[in-house]
Design a binder for this molecule. Structure first.
Ligand SMILES: Cc1cc2nc3c(=O)[nH]c(=O)nc-3n(C[C@H](O)[C@H](O)[C@H](O)COP(=O)(O)O)c2cc1C
Length: 188
């Protein structure tokens, strides 16, 4: 049997909220990953300043460089985010805007999978399509399917522990991770 290449994935979280449901989804991923796939959290995007070309001209903020370095070192990125007003949260767009300006742009050619969780029934679908459009400009390789859109997420996270306990959702996430690992091994 041929050994499969081990993979390191990193999660980029689009919510800053302490009790974030999307954070609960992201926290569940390491245990759901198939053998040979490690999932680690990127630093919070909370510490990134608002994008400003004048700030960039004085030097990229250390938090941006750290984020870019960790993305560059990963085999793939999982973006886990809520939908805000039918689109991606401003804080996530801000992080992507910074990353897009870093020399040797870290997301170029990078395999990316998207997961959205929201309290609405559509599970963040409209955010996903805006986000996909943005990622075209960054030249990412985005996994098409399975699409992970977790609706009514408040009913799938345990109110006491704050952890994602819904078994069907956990299985679906595990399935996407398996597909994403196969996709990465195929395209990179
Ligand atoms: C500014 C704002 C805009 C929102 N817009 C949407 C939306 O367009 N679609 C949706 O399903 N939920 C929307 N919501 C509700 C979010 O799904 C909900 O707050 C969710 O818990 C946010 O994710 P988090 O728990 O990971 O922070 C919005 C929430 C906020 C604060």
């Amino acid at each position: 049997m041929t050994a499969v290449r081990p993979l390191k994935l990193v999660t980029l979280l689009g919510s800053l909220r302490k009790g974030s449901y999307n954070a609960a989804v992201a926290r569940a991923l390491p245990a759901l990953a198939p053998d040979g796939v490690e999932v680690l959290a990127l630093p919070s995007i909370r510490d990134l300043p608002l994008y400003d070309a004048d700030v960039q001209a004085e030097g990229f903020p250390p938090a941006v460089i750290a984020l870019a370095d960790q993305i560059r070192a990963a085999d793939g990125v999982l973006i886990v985010t809520p939908e805000y007003n039918y689109s991606l949260p401003g804080v996530l767009k801000n992080a992507i805007d910074w990353l897009s300006r870093v020399p040797e742009q870290p997301l170029a050619g990078k395999p990316v999978a998207i997961q959205t969780a929201s309290m609405g029934v559509i599970g963040g679908a409209r955010c996903q399509y805006h986000l996909r459009q943005v990622l075209v400009f960054l030249d990412c390789q985005v996994l098409n399917k399975p699409e992970v859109m977790i609706g009514a997420v408040q009913n799938k996270v345990d109110a006491q522990s704050g952890e994602l306990t819904d078994e069907d959702t956990r299985k679906f996430l595990a399935g996407q991770l398996t597909s994403f690992a196969a996709f990465i091994r195929r395209v990179s």
